[in-house]
Design a protein around this ligand. Structure first.
Ligand SMILES: [Zn+2]
Length: 326
C-alpha cells in the first residue's frame, strides 16, 4: 500500500514535469538551444585576441650635454627619465617583444613603454648605452645607412689596391676615436645589439633628406610600383649592410621626419616584409594581438621639461586610453 502511494506520487511528479516541459518548449523557452549544445567544449572565458595594451613610445635623438634643445637631451635627463619610468611601474620593451607577444610566445609586462633613439648619433653609444646597461633597460636605436658608411673612408678603398686599403683602415680607426665623428659605426652597432639592451632598426639608407623626396613620401605622379622599388632599393641596402656587418636584421622602419604618404608607405613596407613602423604623431598605441604594428605613434622628448612633467602628461594619457571603450 505504502509502495503504491509512493509510486502514485512519483507518477504525478513525472506527469507534472512532462506537462511543464511541454509548455516551456511550446513557448519557445529552450527550443532554440537543444541540450546537446551544453556538451560541446566551451571556449575559455577570456579571449586572448582581444587583450588590449596601451603603449606610449618616447622619441629621443641625441643624448649629450652640448647644444641641448628640441632633439637633444642631456645624459642626466635620459637617466632621470629611465628611473622615473621604472618608479612608475613601466617596463621598456622593443619591437621583438611586441612581435613575440602577438605570436603568443611571450607575455608583456603590465605597463609596457618603448624608448626610441633616432638617427644613430655616436653619443647614443658613448652616453645612452652605458645608462641603458646600468639600469637594465631596453631601447630601440634607428640608424641611417649613409651616415654609418661615411665613417669608413674612403668608400672606394678596395678599388685602390692593398696599400691604399691599409692606409684607409688606419684612417678609419682614427676617425672612430675622433670626437668629431658624428654617427655610429658598425662595430658599435654590433656591440650594442649583442648586449641585448639595444634593438637596431632601419631609418633608411639615404632617405633622411628633403630631396628628391621628403623622407619616404611618395613623389607626386610617381606610380606605386616605382615608389615601392625606390623604397626597396634604399631600405634593403641598409638591411644588407646591417646583417652582414653588424649581425642584425631590422624588423621595423622609423620614418625619417615621420613623413609618409597615406595608404602607400605602409602597404609597401608590409610587402617588403617589415613588421612595424614608427611615425612622429603623438598618441598612445592601443594594440591587441591582431593589431597592425605599423604607423605607431610617438612623443618627442625635448630638453627643458622636467622628467615628472613630461611623463605625468603621457602616463595620464595612458590611463585615459585605458578608460576609453576598446
Ligand atoms: Zn631622423
Amino acid at each position: 500500500m505504502r509502495k503504491y502511494v509512493l509510486s502514485n506520487k512519483f507518477n504525478i511528479l513525472v506527469l507534472a514535469a512532462v506537462v511543464l516541459a511541454s509548455v516551456f518548449v511550446f513557448a519557445g523557452g529552450v527550443a532554440e538551444q537543444p541540450a546537446v549544445a551544453c556538451l560541446k567544449p566551451s571556449k575559455p572565458a577570456v579571449n586572448q585576441t582581444v587583450e588590449t595594451v596601451h603603449i606610449p613610445v618616447i622619441m629621443y635623438h641625441s643624448v649629450k650635454d652640448k647644444n641641448k634643445g628640441k632633439y637633444i637631451v642631456g645624459p642626466a635627463t635620459f637617466e632621470a627619465d629611465i628611473l622615473h619610468i621604472k618608479q612608475k611601474g613601466y617596463t621598456p620593451i622593443v619591437v621583438a617583444d611586441l612581435i613575440a607577444w602577438q605570436a603568443g610566445k611571450k607575455d608583456l609586462p603590465p605597463k609596457p613603454i618603448m624608448l626610441t633613439l633616432d638617427d644613430g648619433q655616436k653619443d647614443n653609444y658613448f652616453n645612452a648605452f652605458p645608462i641603458l646597461k646600468k639600469h637594465n633597460t631596453k631601447a630601440i636605436i634607428s640608424v641611417i645607412g649613409k651616415t654609418i658608411d661615411e665613417n669608413y673612408l674612403p668608400a672606394n678603398a678596395s678599388a685602390q689596391g692593398e696599400k691604399y686599403q691599409q692606409a684607409s683602415e688606419q684612417q678609419t680607426q682614427k676617425l672612430k676615436k675622433r670626437s668629431g665623428m658624428a654617427h655610429l659605426c658598425y662595430e658599435q652597432i654590433k656591440e650594442m645589439a649583442d648586449s641585448g639592451f639595444v634593438e637596431i632598426q632601419n631609418h633608411s639608407y639615404n632617405m633622411h633628406s628633403a630631396r628628391p623626396r621628403l623622407g619616404m613620401k611618395k613623389k607626386h605622379n610617381e606610380s606605386y610600383e616605382c615608389y615601392k622599388k625606390a623604397l626597396e632599393a634604399d631600405l634593403m641596402r641598409l638591411q644588407t649592410n646591417l646583417t652582414q656587418r653588424a649581425g642584425v636584421t631590422p624588423t621595423a622602419v622609423i620614418f625619417p621626419f615621420g613623413e609618409i604618404t597615406q595608404k602607400y608607405t605602409t602597404r609597401a613596407l608590409k610587402e617588403l616584409g617589415f613588421k612595424a613602423s614608427f611615425t612622429c604623431y603623438n598618441g598612445i598605441n592601443k594594440l591587441t594581438k591582431n593589431s597592425c604594428l605599423h604607423e605607431l605613434k610617438r612623443y618627442n622628448r625635448p630638453h627643458g621639461i622636467s622628467t615628472e612633467a613630461f611623463f605625468n602628461k603621457i602616463f595620464s594619457q595612458v590611463e585615459k586610453s585605458k578608460a576609453e571603450k576598446n
